[in-house]
Design a protein around this ligand. Structure first.
Ligand SMILES: [Zn+2]
Length: 67
């Protein structure tokens, strides 16, 4: 008997976030809001999720902040 298991992170897009001025690229745009979580899977079925957090990501350079 063998097990197929894995660790990964799951991202879920929540749509448009706030309009922000990026500290990295300096552009003012509407950022994308994402929810990410770490997960452990067994036979491709998620068994556990933790570390859920929400981020907003600059659409120009990919800079992310926790919200
Ligand atoms: Zn940026």
């Amino acid at each position: 008997m063998f097990f197929i298991f894995g660790f990964g992170s799951k991202e879920h897009e929540l749509g448009a976030g706030q309009t922000r001025t990026c500290g990295r690229c300096g552009n003012t745009t509407v950022w994308n809001r994402l929810r990410t979580a770490k997960q452990f899977t067994l036979f491709f079925i998620p068994i556990a999720r933790w570390g859920r957090r929400e981020l907003e990501v600059c659409t120009i350079c990919g800079n992310a902040v926790t919200v």
